[in-house]
Ligand binder design. Structure first.
Ligand SMILES: *Cc1c(COP(=O)(O)O)cnc(C)c1O
Length: 365
């Protein structure tokens, strides 16, 4: 009898699997801890939760959950269009921005195609490229920052997509606006530039690629409700680009990919600008707290523009295990080729303190 492995598409047998931040319940089960005492600083979630208005909107939407969602996400696209001063037809809504990245792979990457990305950048770019039979071209970073010149040189006539997160995850670094604009302008006109803005709302000033989109450059920006908006569990994100591209992506999209509770919460979250502002300020204080803490522990860290800090603890796996025994979940970075490092998401002040204290006892053990 053949096994399923004999029948499956051969590429899938070598497809790497995404390793998510460890869930609280897994750690509680494995270590016999009370889940309520566990602190997760492993997936860059918002320690302040979601806007109370988003929570209320989600609860109200639950009352209608026997109905299919609006597959076209009309209301959410109206709000996005007004906010970005773009046509609502220029937005695609995804089950997380991860799905938008996957739709780009679906639509554009075929066997033999290449996609250029930073080595050690957010791993989903590589997974999506491999999933559709493409070849990831991974370019080493310099000082943990994307090397835009080397990435430009790696573009060939087989390149379909170039991925750039800004700020990057897990390094937390951000390329400058002038460097990014010069980079995009140096790309051939038939290469699609994907700008992953998962952490854009944490910036005082974001890099505005709308003029390039409107002028017809092949630029797609992706954003998420998982990070500053605190809706990671609902899985909703979006992309904005030329309406022509959005229409093509819609052909590859399943009809009801964004659920009704997520759509309602996302609208309310976008409209609660003061909550977003409050989270941005709290994050700046939390970043400073973690970075000052790492300095006093004499640890090398990468200056972050996002809501996490990546820090060199000599043995990331050992630190991860030790902190986990104290009920603090962080992210070991061996899967990103950084075995000495861990990534710590910004929590509330007392949570950051707890992570630093746990790290201190690990270092002294
Ligand atoms: C978290 C993250 C995403 C978004 O994830 P979704 O939850 O799927 O929206 C995208 N890119 C980067 C770099 C991220 O860190």
């Amino acid at each position: 009898m053949p096994t399923y492995a004999d029948l499956v598409k051969p590429e899938l047998l070598t497809q790497p699997v995404y390793q998510p931040g460890k869930p609280i319940d897994d750690v509680a089960r494995e270590l016999g801890l009370d889940p309520d005492t566990i602190l997760k600083l492993a997936s860059n979630e918002n320690p302040l939760g979601a806007s109370p208005k988003a929570i209320a909107a989600a609860k109200a939407a639950v009352d209608q959950m026997q109905l299919y969602p609006d597959g076209g996400c009309y209301a959410l696209k109206q709000v996005l269009g007004a906010k970005f001063e773009l046509d609502p037809e220029q937005f695609i809504i995804g089950n997380g921005s991860n799905e938008v990245l996957e739709l780009l792979g679906h639509a554009f990457i075929d066997k033999g195609d290449e996609a250029v990305m930073g080595k050690g950048a957010f791993i989903v770019y590589k997974l999506v490229t491999l999933l559709f039979g493409g070849t990831p071209i991974e370019i080493s970073m310099v000082d943990y920052r994307h090397d835009l010149e080397a990435m430009a040189s790696a573009v060939t006539d087989r390149t379909k997509i170039v991925f750039l997160p800004c700020p990057d995850n897990p390094s937390g670094t951000a390329n400058s606006e002038s460097d990014v604009l010069a980079f995009i302008n140096s790309l051939p006109e038939d290469v699609i530039f994907v700008f992953d803005e998962a952490y854009a709302e944490y910036q005082d000033k974001t890099i505005d690629l709308r003029p390039l989109i409107q002028s017809g450059r092949k630029v797609v920006c992706t954003r998420t409700f998982s990070k500053i908006h605190g809706l990671a569990g609902l899985r909703i994100g979006y992309g904005y680009a030329a309406a022509e591209l959005i229409q093509l992506l819609n052909r590859a999209r399943e009809p009801f990919n964004a659920n009704s509770v997520a759509q309602a919460a996302a609208i309310a979250a976008l409209q609660d600008e003061s909550f977003v502002e409050q989270c941005r300020f709290a994050n700046q204080a939390g970043l400073a707290q973690l970075q000052t803490g790492f300095e006093s522990l004499n640890l090398e860290y990468i200056e972050s523009a996002a809501n996490f800090v990546t820090v060199n603890v000599q043995d990331g796996q050992a630190a991860f295990a030790a902190l986990q025994r104290d009920g603090v979940i962080v992210r070991p970075l061996a899967p990103y080729g950084m075995p000495e490092w861990i990534r710590v998401s910004v929590g509330k002040p007392e949570e950051n303190e707890r992570a630093l204290a746990s790290l201190n006892s690990f270092l002294n053990s």
